[in-house]
Design a protein around this ligand. Structure first.
Ligand SMILES: [Zn+2]
Length: 194
């Protein structure tokens, strides 16, 4: 009498214990991994600060379109590409930092900008590797590596392995994905970014 009942109960008890284990694990991992991202903001000296957990910037398509306007929305949120030699930052040679036009995360420093001849602003390294997300892009019949802002997921451009020393990488950007601030503006920002 007793054995058949426990044989039926055992799988149910195992399932219950698995479910309670999973429900105990899920909340802690989603709190730290889903809503924040490890990035570097600007330190007081204008250089990358320590790695900090920053809240992910999540908005609806309608909110992004309203904030960015149609041209920047088409690139940052719909992965468009601006025409070469048309962006306003291609020939910018001032010292400063290039921020994400979507969320203000520092993405590139002027010290790594170089003239690639491609018609798009080009850099050989990001401001901080944590601030850029790379994903494989197989659109348009090519295999490329797309680069996105790590905090808001905004499309920035692509990275190629034909850049200059010391990294031999070429981060190819859309000007409209970036907002440039010169050194004086960056110094004013720095305390707030800490
Ligand atoms: Zn961003």
């Amino acid at each position: 009498m007793f054995l058949p009942i426990s044989r039926h109960l055992l799988p149910a008890l195992l399932l219950l214990s698995m479910l309670s284990y999973m429900s105990a694990q899920t909340p802690s991992s989603s709190t730290s991994d889903t809503h924040t991202v490890a990035v570097r903001l600007i330190g007081l000296d204008g250089q990358p600060g320590p790695v900090v957990q920053s809240p992910l910037v999540v908005k609806t398509d309608a909110e992004w379109e309203k904030q960015l306007g149609p041209a920047a929305y088409r690139v940052l949120r719909a992965k468009g590409t601006e025409a070469p030699f048309c962006g306003n930052l291609l020939d910018n040679h001032k010292d400063g930092v290039y921020f994400c036009a979507g969320c203000g995360l520092p993405l590139f420093a002027s010290s790594s900008k170089f003239n690639s001849g491609t018609g798009w602003p080009s850099f050989y390294r990001p401001f901080a590797p944590e601030n850029i997300t790379e994903i494989r892009d197989v659109s348009l019949g090519m295999v490329r590596t797309e680069i996105l802002c790590a905090r808001c997921g905004g499309h920035l451009g692509h990275v190629f392995d034909d850049g200059p020393a010391p990294t031999h990488l070429r981060y190819c950007l859309n000007s409209i994905s970036l907002v440039f601030k010169d050194e004086a503006e960056v110094k004013k920002l720095a305390p707030e970014s800490k």
